[in-house]
Design a binder for this molecule. Sequence first.
Ligand code: MN
Length: 713
Amino acid sequence: MIRINDIVDKISDYNPSADLDIIDRAYIFSARVHQGQVRLSGEPYLIHPLEVAAILADLKLDEVSIVSGLLHDVIEDTWATPEQLRDMFGDDVCHIVEGVTKLSAITSSSMETRQAENLRKMILAMAKDIRVVLVKISDRLHNMRTLQFHKEHKRKDIARETLDIYAPIAGRLGIYWMKKELEDSAFMYLLPEEYNKIDMLVKNNLAKGGEYIEIVKNLIKQKLDESNIESEIVGRYKHYYSIYQKMLRQNLTFDELYDIIAFRIVVDNMHQCYMVLGLIHALWKPIPKKFKDYIGTPKPNGYQSLHSSVIGPLGKRMEIQIRTHDMDKVARSGIAAHWSYKEGKRTTDEEIRKTFKWLQDLVENQAQFRDPKEFLENVRIDLFPDEVYVFTPKGEVKSMPRGATPIDFAYMVHTELGNQCISAKVNGRVVPLRYELKTGDIVEVISAKGHTPSRDWLKFVKTVKARSRIRQWIKIQEKERSLPLGREMCEKEFEKHKLDFNVEVKSEKMKKVVEDFGYKDIDDLIADIGYGKFTPHQIAKKFIPEEPEAQESLLTKIIGRVTKKKKDVGVIVSGVDDVLIRFGKCCHPLPGDPIIGYITRGYGVAIHRSSCVHALRTDPERRIDVNWREKSGQIYPVKICIVARDRVGLLADIATNIAKNSANILNANTGDIDENNTSTMLFTIAVEDNGHLDKVVAAIKKVKLVQSVVRIS
Ligand code: MN
């Protein structure tokens, strides 16, 4: 059983000036609160935090990390509170222990493999401080070492989670020894048969292989000695899980596997790395495309090394890794090297600082953020700038784009859930639907059968899925409304031509027409007619069996029947010039007024002001674009209403003013005089255009006691 003194010794080794007092206090506190608890193995619970602390000491981490390791389970499993931890051990320890506790709560062993990447990212993103993750994976490592005490199914769950989540995180952080151990132990529990097969094969091979490894080591040593290069050489079998993966990937049996032996050559400086590479390649033939220079291009986690595969003695393939002692240290402890101690001092080596640039940036920024939440926000932005990770109430992780809302989430889960979403709860509280989700939020969508999406949602949803589903729904809605309308319009139009739409709709001819309009389904075409995209006439005319010229348009048909056109009318009917024009008696359009044409039945085109109620009531099918001619020399009648106090000579003054402005009076109705001595007079005058009318009106307004002059329809 490990004792606290063993851990203190380890720490003193790499950090002689460590604050051992705080470690002692953490040990005593942990022992007190865990008192009476036992592990499944029957041992006192305290062994677990001690072992975790020992692993953290193996990573050569600082006191805060070790103390956090000793205390990592106290919030979850004992009466200890975060406040107590803060008071006794400081903010950092409190935060790390809380972080580890939170991570234990979120990882779900039943989650699916495809979520693993999200969960990995989330764990990294949620940790304020990477030490949270280091404590967590150390915790997991010890749990894996003692997994045999769990029940079978529990073992598999934990092993699966280790393989999916924690081993890759260890790899990403560059702590390869941990990654390998986590993978191999998880592999053993998850696929015992395969594990044992590889174990047996490696052990059978070991006697011969062990000899072989010694031979190769000596050959390399000799060669390097000749060039006066001091080196450390390690030869070993690759770890089982990587052998297994290789077999799977390349579909090989164990006998066909060659480079399962790997040698690591550690030298003093980078220059020697490349020299050694040259010597090795001179000694044994390199396998093409197997050479990788991670010194020139380090892995994102800072790993540096030269990798090459060569054909060694007896034609066996071997992998060779060459690196410096410093690189080897990073390769062994990865990101942990950042917090580790070098000759009693925190690492300040410029090279390592550069290697961990991204982490360094985060840590340096950490000081600027008093509020842990604010810092957390920053970590997330730096690690994964565009994503947030949220949970379903069942603990499934969903990755969402930054700014996503509960509506996006609902559609991500299921289209129906999105369509029927009425409100949402985040972490148990009702939030507005436009709430922006944050990493770690537990999102619960509240839906109601029969509830439908709102067009407004399009203003704030972020995901393509939500947007397209809402649009799709709106389209279906529109179709539902416009389909019966379109059908009715078609039926009427066909009736006009003595055709039965409901018969024609099933005809071969209709199929062709639908295709010609670029549709697959007749309903879509009918709906678009209801929606106003096409007129029913455009369809009907394909079914009217008439001579081509008569078919041309309703307009030409009418023109055939009307009497001779008047010369020089002031209006151009679009597309036709031989047409009878009449002006609406209701609204008396003037040049300059916005106008529309209406194709009458047999009386040519009637021109109305666009605002005229009669014009608005006409069949849209029969409307036609018309425009005023530039200068026609025509005069047009227009009605005006004049209100004035009656006086002697009023009528004469008005008439004079109209005449002075070159307008003719066609009709005048002076009406009665009311009790207030006010007279309302209606005039019909002839003017050239609305500009001319304005002049006349202005002149009448100047007449003494005239109160108002307005044009009327
Ligand atoms: Mn634990």
